[in-house]
Design a protein around this ligand. Structure first.
Ligand code: ZN
Ligand code: ZN
Length: 344
């Protein structure tokens, strides 16, 4: 057995975070990983700013983070040699429920996802220096790859999963409403998958600039620009992706998608009391949800590894793991930051 000290980034409640010393025990099962870098995600920010995500309240100190990479220190499988670089898939499905058996692991009824207060005791995240994980959660990549790039595997997996929800996007006209990090990665994924025209909208000119760099054909200001041309003849786009979680953004998606087209809801939002049911009915639209990912994590690692997608326009800043609070404060200022990374 191996015992190692590790510095972990924990959240205890609203605006209450700390870097604490913890002990990791490795007993020879699974893989012990030395975490090298992590990306701060929207859910980490919710835990920091609100002490909760949706109805999942932080009730005990919980390690944050689910977008990380690292290198193998010890493993129970020969596939993972010491020093092997790995991206960590934060999903640990049960493997036994009806969804797992149907290869729909993102719907697992007993999913243990890094850094989630859904269960009590909470499932710790991976913003720590050493962590023991299931060996199946370790996706290997070549040592010469840029770590700044490879940390985007998890959010890119979310984007690829969303891009695949409506079926074939090759040759299709698509609309992306909301281009934060997931929206921009979705733009890049749709481009890689052959979408013929990618129009996006956002309230932030800075986000629109990044979307343009990542492959958008046309970038529109969500409130200042005129979308009427996209609403003519019952809509222009074959597929629209809502990635902001805002009701007005979903309304726009329903308006600009052609009859018989598909709207994919990716952004997490609250309620929509005046949902325009008649638009959905009369245009015979398909409305789909998209949540996390399954095999898309491996695809994301491959696409980052071979340069299919360059996520670096999204990287706003890097901080040392000791600077957790500064990093979260900076990442929370959406006027300045897209993706912020922690170095361990
Ligand atoms: Zn994330
Ligand atoms: Zn399951």
């Amino acid at each position: 057995m191996m015992k190692i000290q590790t510095q972990s980034c924990v959240v205890k409640g609203k605006y209450d975070v700390a870097v604490v010393e913890q002990e990791v025990e490795y007993q020879g099962t699974g893989t012990l990983v030395k975490i090298t870098r992590g990306g701060i995600c929207g859910s980490d920010l919710h835990y920091y700013q609100e002490g909760k995500v949706g109805s999942f309240q932080v009730r005990q100190p919980m390690v944050l983070g689910h977008e990380v990479i690292g290198e193998v220190v010890a493993s129970d499988t020969a596939r993972l040699a010491v020093g092997q670089k790995v991206a960590l898939n934060p999903s640990k499905p049960c493997g036994l429920c009806k969804y797992c058996l149907a290869n729909q692991q993102n719907q697992c009824t007993h999913m243990r996802f890094f850094g989630s207060a859904m269960y009590f005791p909470h499932v710790d995240g991976a913003f720590t220096q050493y962590k023991v994980v299931d060996s199946a959660q370790c996706i290997a990549f070549d040592a010469d790859r840029d770590e700044k790039v490879m940390v985007f595997a998890e959010p890119l997996a979310v984007a690829i999963h969303a891009a695949k929800q409506p079926g074939e996007v090759n040759g299709k006209r698509v609309f992306v409403s909301g281009v934060g990090p997931i929206g921009c990665l979705l733009v890049a994924a749709l481009k890689a998958l052959g979408a013929s025209e990618i129009v996006c909208a956002d309230l932030s000119p800075r986000c629109l600039d990044i979307a343009r760099e990542m492959g958008a054909s046309i970038c529109m200001h969500a409130s200042n620009d005129d979308f009427s041309r996209y609403q003519q003849e019952k809509g222009y786009f074959d597929i629209a992706f809502e990635v902001s979680g805002h009701p007005l953004s979903l309304l726009r998606c329903l308006e600009v998608t052609r009859a018989k087209g598909t709207v994919v809801q990716v952004g997490m939002g609250g309620s929509f009391p005046d949902f325009p049911l008649m638009l959905l009915i009369a245009k015979e639209l398909n409305l789909l949800g998209s949540f996390r990912f399954v095999e898309e994590f491996d695809i994301a690692v491959a696409w980052l590894s071979d340069g299919t997608i360059n996520p670096l326009p999204l990287l706003s800043a890097e901080f040392n793991n000791q600077q957790l609070e500064q990093a979260l404060a900076f990442a929370g200022d959406k006027r300045l930051a897209a993706k912020v990374q922690l170095v361990f």
